[in-house]
Write a protein that binds this ligand. Structure first.
Ligand code: MV4
Length: 483
């Protein structure tokens, strides 16, 4: 087994990986930028090395600096976490060339899934259902018009090098197709250095359901159930849960088999996620594959009882998968809340600064994966994810009740967070019945804006004063309890 692993990441995910290393008797090596010198993950790692300026290109995205620390520290493997270099096939190759094991899939698998058109061609070959449309880049406006007419409007134009919502255009009217194609191609060129754009039939108000898969380096591949990720805003996920409230045992089996087929077509190894769009008739379509450990992996860990990071490390070390499909079952329900340093009352503007007080919940059925501590200053340079809180229970209702209880215990002073938003979501009738699609959060926020506008005329000031009092009351209660 590896003796020492370098973690090419920061924040809560670096802490998560350090914990797995500690449990497995492996030494952890952190790398950190100038603004992360005092971060929690730096304090928790066995070894820590500075790698440069806050700007990611100078530190967390810099191959040379990371590989130089890997050599100097005596690390044998590199875990990329999520984001940053985690889905970069050139980095995976550079690790191998320098003699370090990249904990993730091969560069070839990443390349195949990185191009959405290549992925669609391969899914077609493998018999995986995907959203109707083209499997090649659009050659001309005429070809695009002919294809769109065949598929039927509305259609979506997407960048082949995109994913995660960048470079998409919705076209409802044939008259708009040419200009949309023009715009999509130049945006794709600007954003990704590749103008290739393809077309898909548009699915109205889909759900986003994804299947966790896991494979060893000998072709053994299993699925670990699904996650429902429809509660999102601007392609930023806010909550995830497992299992999905709409997925039946039969549907889980069918989606799982398809996800394994997709992974095998990519000769996939290690942890991966196959994303599906699910329409209102519960038809599901392959959307894309994420070739990394995901932010929301804990909900799958809670309902399957597996530790995905342990498994990643073991499989990267050449072990065979220790589990078979028939050993895997989904039990209970888990819901994750992503705690961001942002202000829900000010258009979710980032809210960096010093955490002056931190009161963290715990107790039955609550897991927290956090990168923050009291007194730490949240830098503004990176993704504002501070922590994840995951509620678990025998049933979905139980998980919701536990999260509501834990939210009432949570207090983060000095900065704004989206914690108040979760109180509203967990009380919303559509959320409580599991009636959520990718438009749910936008609708909830639009309702809120209407309500706020109505109130502002009459008692806007009173409301603002009261919400400040709520914060103070919460802090007082805690201080009171301290004696
Ligand atoms: C779509 C779609 C509807 N029809 N494709 C957005 C992110 C990117 N990964 C794919 N996305 C979508 N693709 C077709 N043909 C709707 C979305 C979409 C979405 C997808 C997943 C999660 C949240 C979303 C929010 C808005 C739109």
């Amino acid at each position: 087994m590896f003796k020492r692993i370098l973690i090419a990441n920061r924040g809560e995910i670096a802490v998560r990986i350090i914990r797995a290393c500690r449990e497995m008797g492996i030494e952890s090596v952190a790398v950190f930028s100038d603004v992360d010198r005092r971060a929690l993950f730096v304090r928790k790692a066995d070894h820590a090395y500075p790698i440069g300026a806050a700007q990611a290109s100078e530190s967390y995205l810099n191959f040379e600096k990371i590989l130089d620390v890997a050599r100097r520290s005596g690390a044998e493997a590199i875990h990329p976490g999520y984001g940053f270099l985690s889905e970069n096939p050139r980095f995976a190759r550079a690790c191998a060339k320098a003699g370090f094991k990249f904990i993730g899939p091969s560069a070839e698998s990443m390349e195949m899934m990185g191009s959405k058109t290549r992925a669609r061609q391969n899914m077609k070959k493998a018999g995986v259902p995907f959203v109707p449309g083209s499997e090649k880049g659009l050659e001309s406006p005429e070809a695009a018009e002919a294809l769109a007419a065949k598929i039927g409007y509305p259609v979506m134009l997407k960048a082949a090098a995109g994913g995660g919502g960048k470079g998409m255009r919705l076209v409802r009217d044939p008259k708009e197709l040419r200009s949309a194609l023009d715009a999509a191609q130049s945006e794709a060129l600007r954003s990704f250095g590749d103008s290739e754009v393809y077309i898909e039939k548009f699915i109205e108000n889909p759900r986003h359901v994804e299947v966790q898969i896991f494979a060893d380096e000998y072709g053994n591949t299993v699925y670990l159930g699904e996650r429902e990720c429809s509660v999102q805003r601007r392609h930023q996920k806010v909550m995830e849960e497992a299992p999905s409230p709409i997925v039946t045992a039969e549907m889980r089996h069918a989606m799982g088999e398809i996800a394994v087929k997709a992974a095998k077509a990519a000769k996939y190894a290690n942890a991966g996620t196959v994303e599906f769009l699910v329409d209102q008739q519960r038809n599901f379509y392959f959307l894309e594959m994420n070739t990394r450990l995901q932010v929301e992996h804990p909900v799958t860990e809670l309902v399957t009882g597996l530790d995905l990071v342990h498994l990643q490390i073991r499989v990267a070390d050449g072990e065979k998968l220790p589990i078979k499909q028939e050993d895997i079952s989904v039990r209970g329900h888990a819901i994750e809340l992503r705690i961001y340093a942002e202000d829900p009352d000010n258009n979710f503007f980032p809210s960096p600064g010093r955490i002056t007080r931190l009161i963290s919940p715990s107790g039955p059925g609550i897991r927290r994966d956090s990168g923050m501590y009291e007194g730490w200053e949240v830098p503004l340079e990176y993704d504002p994810l501070l922590a994840k809180m995951i509620g678990y229970g025998e049933t979905r209702e139980m998980a919701i009740d536990r999260l509501r209880r834990a939210l009432a215990e949570y207090f983060v002073g000095g900065i704004k967070t989206n914690i108040p938003l979760f109180r509203r979501i967990l009380l919303h009738p559509d959320f409580r019945t599991g009636n959520i699609d990718t438009g749910f959060l936008d609708r909830l926020l639009a309702d809120r804006r209407m309500e706020m506008r109505r109130n502002q005329h009459r008692l806007g000031r009173a409301l603002r004063v009261r919400s400040r009092c709520d914060d103070l009351r919460s802090a007082d209660r805690w201080e009171g309890a301290q004696g």
